[in-house]
Design a protein around this ligand. Structure first.
Ligand code: SAH
Length: 213
């Protein structure tokens, strides 16, 4: 399969055509081999315009949603980023290319271990993974300039707001089932502002400040 050609088409048809314009971000989508993050037998769907199963009943988001969420964070190369929901590791790889370092928490050990092995193989040196409940954040390395949650939560988990630096941005899907809204939160002068971006569908965030098991 000509993955490079599929990748180019994905960038042009799914991202540029829908208004994604950040050059650094588009470059990351051209360069990162999304098919490496997807179970081999589903490789033909790696660049398709829909979410793809990655095992354990979890999914890797549609490329456009990954791009939209990343773009809304307005990443700088000096940023320290926290991601909740490592999953396949694809979103994490995109974040790592556009920031200084990424800390990512995943509750399912099998997914985290698979991502860890892949990052090692691909030579990423600025990603640190942890297995645990990401609704608690990752206190040790806080505060973070940017935080991204890639599973849907009933509310903004309080520890994440605490671990977000002044002037920082947090993006997360809020709500349940088909009624979810992608929400961008900013912390400015100690105040929290949030605005809705669009409707979305994510798997649930399961944990102390998320949904029950
Ligand atoms: N960013 C991922 C998307 C994974 S789907 C990617 O690019 O592939 C969402 C992930 O969130 C799932 O792997 C799920 O296991 C994980 N998750 C759900 N609740 C969590 C929690 N409380 N802490 C950490 N990870 C969680």
């Amino acid at each position: 399969m000509d993955y490079a050609a599929l990748r180019k088409r994905m960038v042009e048809e799914q991202l540029i055509r829908r208004g994604i314009s950040s050059q650094g971000l588009l470059r990351a989508f051209y360069e990162i081999e999304r098919h490496r993050f997807i179970p081999e037998q589903l490789g033909m769907n790696a660049y398709a315009d829909f979410p793809v199963p990655i095992g354990e009943s979890q999914t890797i988001s549609q490329p456009y949603i990954v791009a939209l969420m990343t773009e809304s964070l307005e990443l700088k190369t000096t940023d320290k980023v926290l991601e909740i929901g490592t999953g396949s590791g694809y979103q994490c790889a995109i974040l790592a290319m556009l920031s200084r370092e990424v800390y990512s928490v995943e509750r399912l050990a099998s997914l985290s271990n698979r991502a860890q092995a892949l990052f090692k193989e691909l030579g990423y040196g600025n990603i640190r993974l942890k297995i645990g409940d990401g609704t608690l954040g990752w206190e040790e390395f806080a505060p973070y300039d940017k935080i991204m949650v890639t599973a849907a939560s009933p509310c903004i988990p309080a520890p994440l707001l605490e671990q977000l630096d002044e002037g920082g941005r947090l993006i997360l899907p809020l709500g349940q089932g088909l009624g979810q809204v992608l929400t961008l939160v900013e912390k400015k002068d100690g105040k929290i502002n949030s605005r809705d971006i669009c409707g979305c569908v994510f798997v649930p965030l399961v944990g102390e400040y998320g949904y029950p098991q």
